[in-house]
Design a protein around this ligand. Structure first.
Ligand code: ADP
Length: 621
C-alpha cells in the first residue's frame, strides 16, 4: 500500500482500527478500495468504513480493505494500481477518468437526490436583509467566501454559474476567500456580515438548520432554481454524486460482482446510513461535469489555462484587426511617403541641375556683358579724348615750350660764364616743375584711357569735376569759352568709380562746348555746378547757352547712336546714363531758361542709398 506522507498516520490509524475487514484467504488479496479522505482520515473512516465493511462481508473469501487517500495520493495510487476501486468525489473522478481511464461502475444515490439522481449543486447565500444582491451578476465588487478551490459543490459548480452570469470570481469580485472546513464558517461569515456572499454545497444550509446550528430564515439563496424531486435551495444545475470506479486493470468479473453487491445494498443498511446515502444506482452521466471543468479550465482541462497565442488572438481579435489595419495603413502610408520622396527628390535633382545650368549661363552672359561694357566705356573714353587730341597736344606744348626756354636760358648763361649757381638752380627747379606738369597731364590721360573694371569707393564729386576740367580746359580755352565752376563745399562723399564719374562730367562739358560752337552768344560760358538736391543726393548740373535741344534730340538724346554731329558716334549720353544709373542715380536734360541746355545728374550720398547690383544694372542695358 502506497500512502503519501501527509496521510501516513491516518493510514496507520486506518489499519489499526482494523480495516482488514474480511478474513483474507492465503490465495487472494483483499479488495482494495481507495477512498478520498478530503476531510482527513477520521471523517473518511466514519463515512466509508461501513461501506467497505459491507463489501468485505459480501466477499468473505477475499475481504476488502479501505485505503484513505488525499488528492495527490489518489492519483499516485491509481497510477501505481495499488487499489482495485476508487470511491471519490465527482470532480476527482472526472480527472482520474480522463487521465487514467478509470470507469464508474455505480453512483451513490443520495438521500436528497432529485428525480435524475443528480444531487450535487451549489447554493449562493446572502443575509436575508441584503436586498442589494439579487442576481449572480450582483457579485461584482462584493466579498465572496467559499469552502475550498477544489470543493466541487462548495465552489466549482458555483464558479461555473458565476462565469455564465459574466462574473469571474478571480477577477471581478472585491475579494474571494476560502474558509476551509467546517463548512459552517461560511454561513457564520455571511451571517456576521464579514463577507457579502457565501458559497455552499446545496443542502448544507438545510443540514445545518436541521442540526439547529443556524437559523435558515436569516439567509436568502440567490437566483433560486428548482429541480424535480430535489428539496434543497439551489442556485445552479445539479451534477451526479460520488461514483465508485474501477481501474482499467481491475478484472471484469470482480467489478461486476462488486456492482451487484452494491446494488443489492438496502436503503436502510448501516453502511448507507453511515455514508449519508440511500444506496447505489447505475452510473450517471458525468459529461456535464466534464463540460463544467472544461469551461473552468480545471481538472483534466487545466492545460487550457496555458494561454496560447491563438487564445489571445481569439479573445482580442477586434484589437488584432484594428492593429492589423493600422499596420496596413502605416505600411501603405510609408510606401506612399517613400514614393513621394523619391519622385520629389528626382524633381528637385532635375530642377537643381537646371538651376546650376542657368546660373552658369547667366554668369557667362554677365561676364560677356561686363566685358562688352568695359569695351564700350573704353571706346567712349578714347573717342572723347580723340576729339580733344589737338587741344591736349597744345596743353602739353606749354610745359614743353617752357622747359625748352628755361633750358636754352640756362645753356646761354653757362656759355657766357654768367651763370650764378643760385640762378641756375632756380632755372633747373623751374624745368623740373614744368616737366612734372607735363608728366601729370600724360598720367591723367593714361589713367583716363586705361582699360579697367569699375571700382567703387567713397569719392568727392568735386574732385571728379576738377579732374575732368583738367582734360578739357585747353579745348575751352581754344574755343574761347569760359568754364565757370560753382562747387558746393559741403558735399557728402558718394560711393562711385572716380574715372567713370569723371567721364560723365567730361562728356557733358564737351557736349556743351560742342553746342556752343557756332552759337551766337555774347560771352560764351559753360557752368558746372555741384550741390545737393532736396532728397540729399549729390547733384551735378552742366549748363550752356548753346543752340539748345531740338524736339527730336530731346526725345532721342539717350538712344545709342543718336547724334547730330558730323563726326559724332552718338554713344556719349547713352553710356553716361548707364553709368549714372548703375551708381543708383539719374541723368536727365532740361532746357536752360533763356536758351541752351542743362544736363543734370544726381548720385546718392554714400551710406544712404547704395547702388544696388551696380554691375548687373550696368550690364543689363
Ligand atoms: P555725340 O556727342 O557723339 O553726338 P552724345 O550721345 O553725347 O553723342 O549726344 C547725342 C546728341 O545729343 C548730340 O549729337 C546732340 O545733338 C545732343 N546734345 C547733347 N548735348 C547737348 C547740349 N548740351 N545741347 C544741345 N544738344 C545736345
Amino acid at each position: 500500500m502506497r500512502i503519501i506522507p501527509r496521510l501516513k498516520c491516518l493510514a496507520l490509524a486506518g489499519a489499526l482500527v482494523g480495516l482488514w475487514v474480511g478474513i483474507a484467504t492465503a490465495a487472494e488479496p483483499p479488495i482494495r478500495v481507495g477512498v478520498l479522505a478530503y476531510r482527513g482520515g477520521d471523517h473518511a473512516n466514519a463515512a466509508w468504513e461501513p461501506t467497505v465493511r459491507y463489501l468485505a462481508e459480501r466477499f468473505p473469501e477475499r475481504g476488502a480493505e479501505m485505503v484513505p487517500l488525499d488528492l495527490p495520493g489518489m492519483e499516485a495510487a491509481v497510477q501505481a494500481r495499488t487499489v482495485d476501486f476508487v470511491l471519490t468525489n465527482t470532480g476527482n473522478y472526472v480527472e482520474l477518468e480522463a487521465r487514467h481511464g478509470v470507469t464508474r461502475i455505480a453512483t451513490l444515490r443520495s438521500s436528497r437526490a432529485g428525480a435524475s439522481g443528480a444531487a450535487i449543486g451549489s447554493a449562493l447565500i446572502v443575509r436575508a436583509d441584503r436586498t442589494d444582491i439579487r442576481e449572480v451578476g450582483d457579485l461584482k465588487g462584493r466579498t465572496v467566501m467559499a469552502i475550498d478551490p477544489d470543493a466541487f459543490g462548495g465552489f466549482q459548480v458555483a464558479w461555473g454559474e458565476m462565469l455564465k452570469a459574466g462574473v469571474d470570481p478571480y477577477r471581478d469580485v472585491k475579494e474571494l476567500r476560502f474558509s476551509g472546513f467546517p463548512v459552517d464558517r461560511v454561513v457564520f461569515a455571511v451571517r456576521d456580515g464579514t463577507v457579502d456572499v457565501g458559497v455552499l454545497r446545496a443542502c448544507v444550509l438545510e443540514e445545518l438548520a436541521a442540526e439547529g446550528r443556524v437559523d435558515s430564515s436569516q439567509f436568502r439563496v440567490l437566483a433560486p432554481r428548482t429541480s424535480p424531486g430535489f428539496d434543497c435551495a439551489l442556485s445552479t444545475d445539479l451534477y451526479p454524486d460520488w461514483p465508485l470506479a474501477r481501474l482499467a486493470s481491475t478484472p471484469e468479473e470482480l467489478a461486476k460482482a462488486v456492482v451487484v453487491a452494491l446494488f443489492q445494498m438496502p436503503a436502510d443498511h448501516p453502511a448507507a446510513r453511515g455514508g449519508g446515502y440511500d444506496g447505489w444506482t447505475v452510473p450517471l452521466d458525468y459529461q456535464p461535469v466534464h463540460a463544467l471543468f472544461r469551461s473552468l479550465r480545471i481538472g483534466p482541462y487545466r492545460y487550457l489555462r496555458e494561454v496560447s497565442l491563438v487564445d489571445i488572438a481569439r479573445a482580442h481579435w477586434e484589437w488584432l484587426v484594428v492593429a492589423a489595419l493600422a499596420l496596413l495603413w502605416w505600411a501603405i502610408h510609408s510606401l506612399r511617403v517613400e514614393h513621394l520622396i523619391k519622385v520629389r527628390t528626382a524633381e528637385l535633382r532635375s530642377a537643381n541641375r537646371d538651376l546650376v545650368r542657368e546660373m552658369a549661363e547667366r554668369r557667362r552672359a554677365e561676364e560677356t556683358a561686363r566685358e562688352r561694357q568695359k569695351e564700350m566705356d573704353h571706346v567712349a573714353r578714347l573717342s572723347i579724348l580723340g576729339e580733344m587730341a589737338s587741344n591736349l597736344a597744345h596743353e602739353l606744348n606749354q610745359p614743353l615750350g617752357a622747359i625748352a626756354n628755361y633750358a636754352r636760358g640756362c645753356t646761354r648763361r653757362l656759355e657766357m660764364g654768367t651763370g650764378e649757381p643760385a640762378q641756375l638752380a632756380e632755372i633747373t627747379r623751374a624745368i623740373a616743375e614744368q616737366a612734372e606738369r607735363a608728366g601729370q597731364i600724360i598720367a591723367r590721360i593714361r589713367n583716363f584711357v586705361r582699360k579697367r573694371a569699375s571700382q567703387l569707393e567713397p569719392m568727392d564729386v568735386n574732385e571728379a569735376v576738377r579732374a575732368a576740367m583738367s582734360l578739357c580746359e585747353s579745348r575751352a580755352r581754344g574755343d574761347g569759352v569760359a568754364i565757370v565752376l560753382t562747387l558746393a563745399d559741403d558735399l557728402p562723399p558718394v560711393l562711385a568709380d572716380t574715372v567713370q564719374i569723371e567721364q560723365v562730367v567730361l562728356n557733358l562739358v564737351v557736349n556743351a562746348l560742342d553746342a556752343l560752337e557756332g552759337a551766337q552768344t555774347g560771352a560764351p560760358e559753360v557752368t558746372v555746378r555741384t550741390g545737393r538736391d532736396e532728397a540729399g543726393r549729390v547733384e551735378v548740373a552742366v549748363a550752356d547757352r548753346g543752340r539748345g535741344l531740338t524736339d527730336e534730340a530731346r526725345s532721342r538724346l539717350f538712344d545709342p547712336f543718336f547724334t547730330t554731329k558730323p563726326g559724332g558716334m552718338g554713344l556719349g549720353l547713352s553710356i553716361c546714363r548707364t553709368i549714372v544709373e548703375a551708381h543708383g542715380g539719374h541723368l536727365w536734360a532740361t532746357d536752360n531758361p533763356g536758351g541752351g541746355a542743362v544736363m543734370r545728374f544726381v548720385l546718392p550720398a554714400a551710406g544712404k542709398a547704395q547702388p544696388v547690383g551696380n554691375e548687373e544694372q550696368h550690364h543689363a542695358r
